[in-house]
Structures are given as C-alpha cells and as structure tokens.
Design a protein around this ligand. Sequence first.
Ligand code: UTP
Length: 409
Amino acid sequence: MNIEEAKVKLAKYGQEHVLKYYDELDAAGQQALLAQIEDTDFSILKRCSELGKGSERGVFTPLAAMQRSEITEREAEFTAKGIEVIKAGKTAAVLLAGGMGTRLGSDNPKGMYDIGLTKHVYIFQRIIENLLDSVKAADGTYIRLFIMTSEKNNDATVAFLKEHDFFGYPEDKVTFFKQEMAPASDYEGKVYMEEKGRISTSPNGNAGWFSSMIKAGLLPLIHEEGIEWLDIFSVDNVLQRICDPAFVGATVSSGVSVGAKVVRKAAPDEKVGVMCLEDGKPSIVEYYELSGEMMDAKDEAGDPAYNYGVILNYLFNEKELEEIAQKELPLHVVEKKIPYIDENAQLIKPEKPNGCKFEQLVLDMIHMLDSCLPYEVVREKEFAPIKNATGVDSVETARELCKLNGIEL
Ligand code: UTP
C-alpha cells in the first residue's frame, strides 16, 4: 500500500490521525506503518457504540450438568477410558496465553508471574506441574502442549519457558503459535496509536485460537499425531487440571462435541457465566443476563436450574472444530485499559479503562456446536483464578487455595 492509498483508506473510516507523525518516521518505519494500515480492519471500530449493550440472545433453557455424585460413582470407568485415550495420543492441551492480563497489571506475560512466598512458583510452572500429573497417570505418555501467545508477549513467553527448561516438560512436545490482533480505540472509535508509527492493537480474544492454529499451519501436525480432542484452558487458574483422565473419559464416553468444566455457583447472583441451552444449543448465559425468573428456576431435584459456572476449561472434539472453523464468530466490544501516545507523543499507561477492544469469545464457539457435557469439578480443588493483584480472584486468594491443596509456595 502506498501513502495515497493509505490516506484514502483512513479517510473512509475517519482515522486520518494515524498519519500524524508519518513524515518524522524513517523509511522502514513508514513502510511498517503503511503495512499495518493495509492489514488493519478499521470497519470494526464503529462498533464502539455497542459497548455495554450486550448482544441479542435467544431463548434460554437449563442444561443439566454431570454432578460430582455421578462422577464419583463412575470415576473408575471414566478414568480408565481417559487413560486409554491419552495413551493413544488422542488428546492435546492448548494453553490460552495470548491475553494482556491488564487487570493484574504486570508488564510480563501473566504466566511469568511468581506466586511463591519462600521459593519461586511461577504460574506457568503450576500449569506444567498439573499437566504432568496427567502424563504420570497415563504411564508417562506426554501430551502435546500447544501454547497460544500474541505478538505482544510471544518472545518473552518463549524465552522464559526455555530459560526454565519448560519446567521439566519435553521441549519437543511444546508448540507455540500466535493469535491474531485487532485495533484498539477510544470510546468514539478513533484508533489509538501506541507509537508514532504504530497503531495500538490487542489480541483478538480467546476464541480465535483454533483459526489461529490453522493459520499457523498446525493442522497437519494434529492429523499426523492423531489428536482427536483438544483441552483448552486459561493461563490464570493455578489449580487447573488439564487433560485429567476422568474428564477426558467422561467427555469421550458421552459422545458430545465438547466437555466443559463447571463449578457449582457459590450464590445465585455470583458473577460467572452459566452453562445452559440457547435456542436448544449449548451456550453460556452471562451473570447480568440471568433474569430473576431464571435465578429462581429449579431442576427436577429442586436445585437451582442455572447453577453451574464455566471456568474456561473445555475439551473440544477436533473434527467438529474443523467443521465450525469456516463460520464467522461474532465480535464483542469490551472496555479495557489501552496504552497510547498523547498529543505530545508521550506514552500513557492508563490506570482506568479508556477505550474499546474487540474480541471473539469462546462462548460463541460452544454455541456453534450441537452438544456439550457440563462436568462438575470441586471449586476449591480446581479453580483458583488470578485476575487481579488484590481482592477477588487475586494472587492472595489463589495462594490461599494453593495452600489448601498442599501446594508449597
Ligand atoms: P481474560 O478474559 O482474563 O483476559 O482471559 P486477559 O487479557 O488475560 O486479562 P485482562 O482482562 O486484560 O485483565 C482469559 C484467558 O484467555 C486468554 C488469557 O490469556 C487467559 O488465559 N486470552 C484472552 C487469550 O489467549 N487471548 C485474548 O485475546 C484474550
């Protein structure tokens, strides 16, 4: 793209300010900016006006979860099935580590955060230790670990894991790929600049992972290795069980498209997304979308009908992912803190949200599938998310939960 074409494209979307410092850039900088303008989809920015409005939803009905009582009863059967599947090399793990972790506020990738008190205990280390438990259960069969990063945190993530010898995981069983980026703007839809020659971008949400895997050319590897199930999980839950045999076994035996780990809600109005059906297909209803009537609804046993919150750990059938990969996922507008350069070209790192990012969310992938098994896990044993530095879902609460589970920090 040349400068004239860039001007036309920017004018079309009211983004002429992107070229404010163009003349000050050297030739390489100018080329890089023109290339970024060419690649950027500015059409999404007008959707800033949708911030906080939510999207139109269908008719919600309850979706029963497989509860602990049934899982405990059938534990041996599920575990044996899961071990068989893992040993046959049919499962892989996908760590979603492309996020910016803005609420935690660390400059490093979230996985590099050290929650240790008397020794180093990095988040990545906790995750790999947990994955190794499944490897051990499957008599040492290593599970391929895909790690999704973004262009913002890829180099730091790769360097950190190499420096720590992948915390004992074999390097040849780890495959990195980068997710795609989307522009970030102020509330009026004017794109922010993060440098004089660079538009602010951020990772495009946690649902782009499978299409990013395809773009990264990983399908042949998946096929060659005979991977049939992909367990995707977030970087921030330090008690996360990954490809644990009972979950794998229950999901595969149920013949569903996806298994979803869920926890029993702590209170009817807890702020978690809840598994349900929407127009008869699996879906997640956000806590603010739950009507009073839905909160009061009861299942056959007299328990709350919308009672199981998702924890961002799903086991997807790979074939079905390939089928839905052709479809376009909706885009969500989210309010975030976006670093930018001000009118004096000074970099500002805002303390409070200052604009919009555009993300695709895993919940929309779930809704494209025909069937889902919500699988109950014990919250205190498997759910210790680190979203914030202090308070709810923080380093402090995660440390407490680690101690409760006998993990030395
Ligand atoms: P969050 O929704 O908590 O977002 O991600 P975040 O970016 O990590 O944190 P905040 O909101 O800025 O504080 C849940 C999981 O999804 C991954 C994150 O890395 C985390 O594991 N994620 C999120 C991605 O991989 N890519 C994204 O674009 C967004």
